[in-house]
Ligand binder design. Structure first.
Ligand code: SF4
Length: 649
């Protein structure tokens, strides 16, 4: 068997139907080509789950993995990745979580868990180093995620167990459900927990005591020290350590939505901060333990709450105290925080315009600020009861089921909810969200810090200097025009590569140039860290090539599911192209970019990514170049590999 450093060297293949679990060796080819976590998951998904597989059927397969840096001294390397085909969107799904689960899995000796089949009864997967088994989870079924974790630790007499688990929402196969690690680390978006519910898998509980072997330990210690020192020089370091995403996501996006609401601002949350919280091995400690000390929600406490959840409160018309309660409720019930929030906002718009009434909403008055109604509707969503069943299906299926013109009130990309027009605060973020492989998404490759709403610490002077040093173009990060320019496409391509490398190695994106734009982990740093951990020489070009391979494989998976160029347009422009008429509720004159100009920008992105300009599907020459020949052959066999005549010239 190959001896590994960095990687644990083993995969667990779990068949829930037969109850059989196989421990398999990790192959050296898989390790080097797909790196870990996200990469292993995407490769496994592509090979096992085709267009004919229903994500909620026993035939569907999902993975849990972590990368070769996870659980080592490498900075902010405590992340794990889950990969599946989404029940909500029917396309590729990747979900990443911090906390402590990823390192524990590494220390138990596994790089990847593959789960297939369907158990006849509720079970949980128990792993302690070399020992693994499926155990009865009947007594856990129906329990919330916090209680489940408490019982798992108690009955196994070990407080250091780390577990991923679903709550009642996942058990009920809600589209809006999420898997929860620790108390508040969510694998949300796109209904992964519904797959667990369908497979009757309540939890994966792990205890690892074997540690991890590092090829060049002294080099790793020196590198980690150097990087942590370097991070401190980043202009965003202090702010991110103090506020996390409450400022650079919550406040800044709120500003672009119509102004910061004081009751929902980072200052409002700062009053609730009790202490900072960190994921495994991360000195950025950007999370918080929140405590509500007075008022209606006094006594509420828990970990959170990140910037995108903060934004959910904007349209719900609620403040920080309520959102802290809401955040805890979602974490306990195993519910995504953003999906049900977006669904309720949709219902509030319909209610406001008289499209639905109390007769539809189970008697609830769905108006902004009605906290009781929001909480009651959350309960109905989890139970799929009454109007809650429709809201759980938001956006596409919900509008189809409700009818009455409610489809004119939804907005989505590839089936995942998006803001109204799909246009974000800059051209770069708009392109990144639109081309994202799991639907409208900020975590696939959206530049976070360089938008027009960036933080005051990130001055023009700093960005111009960075642009000059890295690209010989001082306007690289500061140009905010809405004209199609190759440099915008280049930034999105680069961010996708950074983020893919972060998710493949087990590193937090916040440390990998999403937040620490100036001094964070860059591609050459990933190469040095991987070399120190594994003892295999990785060059920056190897890392970029691995990231390209990952993104092309994700796009090829989606192409097989029917995703094409039109699906990479922001919502309002997608609607125009799809139906050949403007969306009835948008004023197109106010959009900052025409379909024609956006098309030019998309061409530039496709050129960089190696995709056919006509279809958006990866080209054969590019697939072959990155070692995905078998994928090109598969797409050709299915008749969807772009012909050379339509490829980029
Ligand atoms: S930066 Fe924040 S989210 Fe990322 S690993 Fe560190 S503490 Fe966790």
């Amino acid at each position: 068997m190959t001896e590994f450093n960095g990687w644990a060297g083993a995969i667990l293949d779990v068949d829930l139907t037969s109850g059989k679990i196989e421990r398999q060796p990790l192959s050296r080819e898989m390790a080097i080509k797909h790196i870990g976590g996200l990469g292993f998951g995407t490769k496994t998904l592509y090979d096992n789950v085709g267009p004919d597989v229903d994500p909620l059927s026993p035939e569907s397969v999902f993975t849990i993995g972590q990368g070769p840096l996870c659980g080592t001294l490498s900075p902010a390397a405590g992340r794990a990745d889950l990969v599946a085909k989404s029940p909500l969107t029917g396309i590729f799904l990747r979900s990443n979580l911090g906390g402590f689960f990823g390192p524990e899995l590494k220390w138990a000796g596994y790089d990847l868990i593959i789960v297939r089949g369907q158990s006849p009864r509720p079970v949980y997967l128990w792993i302690k180093d070399d020992h693994f088994e499926l155990r009865d989870a009947s007594h856990l079924w129906g329990k919330d995620t916090w209680e489940t974790e408490r019982i798992l630790r108690h009955e196994n007499k070990d407080h250091d167990i780390k577990a991923l688990k679903i709550g009642p929402a996942g058990e009920n196969m809600c589209y809006s459900s999420a898997i929860i690690g620790d108390l508040a680390r969510a694998c949300g978006k796109c209904s992964l927990a519904a797959i667990w519910g369908a497979k009757r898998l309540k939890a994966v509980a792990v205890r690892g005591t074997r540690g991890v072997r590092i090829a060049r330990p002294k080099e790793m210690v020196a590198l980690a020290t150097e990087l942590w020192e370097r991070f401190k020089e980043d202009p965003m370091y202090a702010s991110h350590c103090r506020y996390g995403t409450n400022t650079w996501v919550g406040d800044t996006v709120m500003k672009s939505m119509g102004g910061i609401k004081p009751e929902l601002s980072s200052q409002a949350f700062e009053k609730l901060y009790h202490k900072n919280i960190s994921c495994s091995g991360c000195a950025l400690h950007c999370s918080h333990w929140l405590k509500v000390k007075s008022g209606k929600y006094a006594g509420t406490q828990g970990e959170g709450l990140e910037g995108n959840t903060q934004l959910v409160g904007f349209d719900l018309g609620v403040g920080a105290d309520f959102m802290t309660y809401y955040n805890n409720l979602c974490n306990r019930m195993g519910l995504d925080t953003m999906h049900p929030g977006a669904a309720i906002q949709w219902a509030m718009s319909l209610y406001r315009d008289g499209i639905i009434t109390r007769a539809d909403t189970d008697g609830l008055e769905l108006t902004p600020g009605n906290e009781e109604a929001v909480l009651k509707m959350i309960d109905r969503i989890i139970r799929k009861e009454g109007f809650g069943e429709i809201l759980d299906m938001y956006p596409v299926r919900a509008a189809e089921k409700l009818g009455r013109g409610s489809e004119n009130y939804i907005s989505h990309r590839k089936g995942y909810p998006s803001p109204y027009t799909g246009f974000m605060s800059s051209v770069k973020t708009t392109l990144a969200h639109a081309v994202a492989t799991r639907g409208h998404d900020h975590l696939t490759g959206s530049p976070g810090i360089e938008t027009p709403n960036r933080q005051p610490e990130m001055t023009n002077e700093i960005l111009e200097k960075l642009g000059r040093e890295k690209y010989g173009d001082p306007t690289m990060f500061t140009d905010t025009s809405y004209t199609p320019q190759r440099k915008y496409a280049l930034r999105v391509w680069e961010c996708e590569n950074y983020f893919a490398m972060a998710d493949m190695t087990g590193t937090c994106k916040f440390a990998a140039r999403e937040v620490l734009l100036v001094k964070g982990i860059d591609i050459p740093d990933f190469a040095r860290l991987l070399t120190a951990a594994t003892g295999i020489e990785f060059s920056p070009a190897d890392c970029t090539r691995a990231a390209e391979r990952e993104m092309l494989l994700e796009r090829a998976f989606n192409a097989r599911e029917g995703i094409r160029r039109i699906d990479d347009y922001p919502f309002a422009l997608w609607y125009l192209k799809k139906f050949g008429r403007p969306h009835p509720r948008f004023d197109y004159a106010r959009l900052k970019m025409s379909a024609e100009d956006y098309g030019k920008l998309l061409d530039m992105y496709y050129e960089l990514r190696g995709c056919d300009l006509e279809t958006g599907i990866p080209r054969a020459d590019k697939l072959n170049e990155v070692g995905l020949d078998y994928v090109a052959a598969d797409l050709a066999r299915r008749g969807i590999l772009p012909q050379p005549t339509t490829a980029h010239v």
